[in-house]
Design a binder for this molecule. Structure first.
Ligand SMILES: [Zn+2]
Length: 245
């Protein structure tokens, strides 16, 4: 279950499944990445320093996200990853963020082995199965079991607001018989990206999944929404600090 929490005075969204871990989603109240909202640059810079101080980390590990299915394994001493839409780390105390405005943010966390990933899955990343690929890579590289992985599917554009034409629908929904993933209204389609990502993760054996009901487009007073704000918007972030095992 997701709930709003207080991070030293800043509003964040957490899941009861990772309550005691530094894993959360930021809100408009705690912007870390201004994107094209240049008016928020100062605030975001201050918030990044605040985050590092409060979590006692010298660096934030992040990536240039390009809606791909490229996955990077975090290396010691390297803090920026080019053209990457998922980060995996097993380095104790490492602090990762990826950034979102409607795309699906996913946190994968193996509490037993202290290995975690953040995945950026917009419709393109969803179609390229980046969530599934990240889960498989975590399991193969570290020899961990899917039943030890907790998955949080965070706030993103919901089925209510993710309306597409047939061309995008055809790309994303390969199996039209899975009617739980979409609804059709005349020549428009509403697609449930969060549910598609959940199915990708459960296919890799992950059982423990928490899925957030919040739609960033409906709740653009709390989250950033690319669609609602016509692309002129900042980003909320998925934040993970790996606990020292
Ligand atoms: Zn909505």
């Amino acid at each position: 279950m997701f709930y709003f929490d207080d991070f030293y005075g800043k509003k964040i969204l957490k899941s009861t499944k990772l309550k005691d871990f530094d894993c959360f989603f930021t809100t408009r109240n705690f912007v870390l990445t201004p994107s094209n909202r240049t008016d928020l640059e100062k605030e975001a810079e201050g918030n990044r320093i605040f985050l590092k101080n409060k979590l006692n980390c010298d660096n934030i590990i992040t990536a240039k996200q390009i809606h791909s299915s490229n996955i990077s394994i975090v290396e010691q001493g390297k803090f920026h990853y080019e053209d990457t839409d998922a980060l995996i780390s097993d380095i104790p105390d490492s602090l990762m963020i990826l950034n979102f405005a409607d795309c699906v943010p996913i946190i994968l966390y193996d509490k037993k082995n202290s290995i975690a990933a953040i995945v950026h899955a917009g419709w393109r990343g969803t179609e390229k199965e980046i969530a599934k690929k990240t889960s498989v890579l975590m399991q193969e590289k570290y020899g961990i079991k899917p039943e030890d992985i907790t998955a949080l599917i965070g706030p993103s554009i919901g089925k209510c607001c993710f309306e597409t034409n047939e061309d995008v629908f055809d790309i994303i929904i390969k199996d039209k018989s899975k009617t739980e993933l979409y609804t059709r209204e005349k020549d428009k389609y509403h697609i449930d990206l969060k549910l598609i990502n959940k199915h990708q993760l459960t296919k890799t054996g992950i059982i423990d999944v928490d899925i957030c009901d919040y739609c960033t487009c409906c709740m653009s007073d709390i989250f950033f929404s690319y669609r609602k704000e016509n692309g002129i918007t900042a980003r909320h972030s998925a934040v993970v600090k790996i606990k020292r095992g």
